[in-house]
Write a protein that binds this ligand. Structure first.
Ligand SMILES: [Zn+2]
Length: 89
């Protein structure tokens, strides 16, 4: 008796530079006191860091922040991997 199994293709994980997505990571700071968030800055955290300093200057009791870095990724079949094989048992 022969049983045919398919082998799942391999996948690869890579940065997703799809249309409309930022190429570089996006940096934001969020105030942990009031949850206000800086503008998102692509590729450079400086704008978000400056926002945090200015925010504390305006609200001296707001001194803790959450730094958020976002990047986009996707999983695709590995085009270099061997094609699925039939395995005979
Ligand atoms: Zn705040």
């Amino acid at each position: 008796m022969t049983q045919v199994d398919s082998v799942a293709p391999a996948f690869v994980l890579a940065r997703d530079g799809g249309r409309g997505l930022p190429v570089e990571p996006v940096y934001e700071f969020q105030c942990r006191s009031c949850r206000k968030t800086s503008r998102a800055g692509e590729g450079d955290p400086l704008g978000a860091e400056v926002w945090a300093l200015k925010h504390t200057r305006l609200h001296p009791e707001h001194r803790t922040y959450c730094a958020v870095t976002t990047s986009f990724w996707r999983v695709d079949p590995d085009s270099g991997a061997a094609a699925p094989e039939e395995v005979a048992r």
